[in-house]
Design a protein around this ligand. Structure first.
Ligand code: TRP
Length: 443
């Protein structure tokens, strides 16, 4: 079986260079590897937790979808979809909510951070905390478990969420007695650059220090690169490449040989202005062809919509039957199916025990008792009335064998029903008959 690699990206922002180097690019590379089934999706339900501006959410979904397609994600090969197009995900989320300990969620970093901030401000601990934020890890577990992902590449800040997804999966599997869910493993790509932003801190929307990937075009890219903070060493002075985030950004997009050459130039005194231009030219060369595709897609949102609808259909081919199985597991079943299944189960149990067979011969109406293995253990005397034969069968079924059996004879209310065949040992026959009577279904 192929390895299922799944990851999601929250649609609340505009992709920047850090997202590209840290998440998008490595994910696309992974998706082209043999033996990998990749599932990439837009976590737009998660976006609602962070962002209450509908225009922003809508715009971000479009930008992120266009970005993934522009950088070379092949939607034929990858299952590429929006979370909100898969109704089974919130459905599963509810089921998982019902096995998730509240105490587990109390320990989630994102929630605890909000509580800490509130305490520092001297307001109610849960001030401004929605149930969405609180149960965020359960929705994320549903994203992952819905497709039984083996590996989930994420940033370090998501490790705890993966541990919670495993915990929730285990609880469900234990509760419902079968390994419905694969336990997902987190993958942190050590190689992947955490890109510094303009000011040297991690590139992040919340620090307002990002370099846009495509939005704003070449101009915006230029404007950002020119704002990268450097030290005050003048042209001609040797630069400390290792401690320059301008160099760190370059290195994330260059071959080792290119990086070595750039480092040498910096150490030999290249001015920061020239260094910025050098970085800009390098990025522009890399990004321009993808940017062109990006704007082409942005101008044709219907094309993106079509790709995503096809992706949703592909994802639901897996999600719909799996959710049906999970509904079954927890007891949310079609009533008529449930009843006939129980009947079938009953029949099966009956099939394993002894049974009566009635028939008619020259002497009248008789019945046989067949043991579980089908061997005849009793042949009744003939009865004139078939109803009488039926009554005796019922009595044999209801009464305790001790009431009915004497050595080599079966009697019901004083009436002899059968005797041991002449060719069989009476006590052996009685023992077998006793066993068969005990295995008759009692309803
Ligand atoms: N919480 C993730 C983030 O902010 C996004 C996400 C949502 C995700 N669901 C997921 C990532 C499932 C991996 C798997 O980065």
């Amino acid at each position: 079986m192929n390895t299922r690699v799944l990851t999601g990206i929250t649609t609340s922002g505009t992709p920047h260079l850090g997202n590209y180097a840290g998440a998008i690019r490595p994910a696309v590379v992974t998706s082209t590897q043999p033996g990998v089934d990749a599932f990439f999706f837009m976590a737009d339900y998660h976006a609602l937790i962070k962002c209450d501006d509908p225009a922003r959410v809508a715009r971000s979904r479009l930008e992120i979808a266009a970005t993934w397609l522009a950088v070379g994600l092949d939607p034929e090969r990858v299952t590429f979809y929006r979370q909100s197009d898969i109704p089974e995900i919130p459905e599963l989320c509810w089921v998982l909510n019902c096995v998730t300990a509240k105490g587990l969620m109390n320990r989630a970093h994102a929630y605890k951070a909000s509580v800490d901030q509130n305490e520092a401000k001297g307001v109610e601990p849960d001030d401004g905390v929605t149930m969405g934020l609180f149960s965020y890890p359960v929705l994320m577990a549903a994203d992952i478990l819905m497709f039984n992902a083996h590996k989930v590449p994420v940033g370090r800040d998501q490790i705890q969420h993966l541990e919670m997804a495993r915990d929730i999966a285990q609880r469900f599997n234990h509760q419902y007695g079968r390994d419905y869910f694969t336990l997902p493993e987190v993958t942190i790509e050590e190689e992947v650059a955490t890109l510094p932003g303009l000011d040297g801190r991690k590139m992040s929307k919340s620090y307002n220090n990002t370099i846009p990937l495509f939005e704003g075009g070449a101009q915006a890219l230029r404007a950002s690169v020119m704002r990268i903070v450097t030290d005050s060493r003048a042209p001609g002075e040797p630069k400390d490449a290792e401690n320059s985030h301008l160099f760190t950004i370059y290195r994330a997009f260059a071959t080792p040989a290119q990086s070595a050459a750039f480092r040498k130039q910096l150490e030999e005194g290249m001015g920061w202005g020239d260094a910025k231009q050098f970085l800009l030219d390098h990025l522009e060369q890399l990004l321009a062809p993808m940017r062109e595709k990006y704007f082409d897609l942005m101008a044709n949102p219907g094309r993106i919509e079509e790709v995503l609808q096809a992706g949703a259909a592909k994802a639901r081919k897996l999600a719909t039957p799996f959710m049906a199985e999970l509904r079954e597991a927890v007891g949310l079943r079609n009533l008529s199916v449930a009843v006939s299944q129980d009947k079938a189960a009953g029949k099966k149990a009956k099939g394993k025990g002894a049974r009566f067979v009635s028939f008619r011969d020259d002497g009248g109406f008789r019945f046989r008792l067949l043991a579980a293995d089908g061997a005849e253990v009793l042949l009744s005397r003939p009865f004139v009335d078939p109803k009488e034969a039926g009554q005796y069968m019922r009595r044999l079924q209801e009464a305790s064998p001790d009431e009915l059996l004497q050595a080599g004879r079966v009697t019901v209310d004083g009436n002899e029903i059968a005797v041991a065949p002449a060719d069989q040992d009476a006590s052996e026959w009685t023992a077998r008959l006793r066993e068969a009577l005990l295995s008759l279904p009692r309803d």
